[in-house]
Design a protein around this ligand. Structure first.
Ligand code: 5GP
Ligand code: ZN
Length: 133
């Protein structure tokens, strides 16, 4: 993959971006359509469409990096909180099919919406799901 993937081009520096961090594995960029001030995307340099395609080694480095960049964003911007959001598949809201982790700084009384209507865990669902594990 790569030729038609915009995030491959951004991650590998072929398309310029507002880069806040880069190492051999990742590039972190400011989102062009930020949910809030400081909204950042962490992109692996090697193409993976989604979480399920991400190599374990990359996945394990990712959360350490998210913690570090998230802390710097939160402190620097004096944010009140931070959401990590990561969408897999169209049904989950994924629009760019190169893995990316959203870091969304949160501010008291901001308009960001990452909420859902809580349902109820049924005995049937619980029994069905517990069988997978
Ligand atoms: P998704 O909905 O796939 O989880 O998130 C895609 C994100 O990528 C969106 O927040 C969107 O604003 C951002 N985005 C899409 N194209 C570009 C781009 O060319 N540059 C940057 N910096 N962000 C982009
Ligand atoms: Zn890609």
């Amino acid at each position: 993959m790569g030729d038609n993937c915009i995030f491959c081009k951004i991650a590998n520096g072929e398309i310029p971006s507002a880069t806040i961090y880069e190492d051999g594995d990742f590039r972190a960029i400011l989102d062009l359509g930020p949910a809030s001030k400081g909204h950042t995307l962490i992109l692996p340099k090697k193409h993976a469409a989604n979480l399920f395609d991400l190599p374990d080694e990359t996945a394990s480095k990712l959360l350490v990096l998210a913690k570090k960049l998230g802390a710097t964003l939160k402190d620097g911007l004096q944010a009140d909180g931070l959401n990590l959001v990561q969408n897999n598949g169209t049904a989950a809201g994924q629009t760019v099919f190169h893995f990316h982790l959203h870091l969304i700084p949160r501010y008291a009384n901001d308009t960001v919406n990452v909420k859902w209507q809580p349902g109820k865990l049924t005995e049937e669902d619980k029994a069905e799901i517990l069988k997978f594990f």
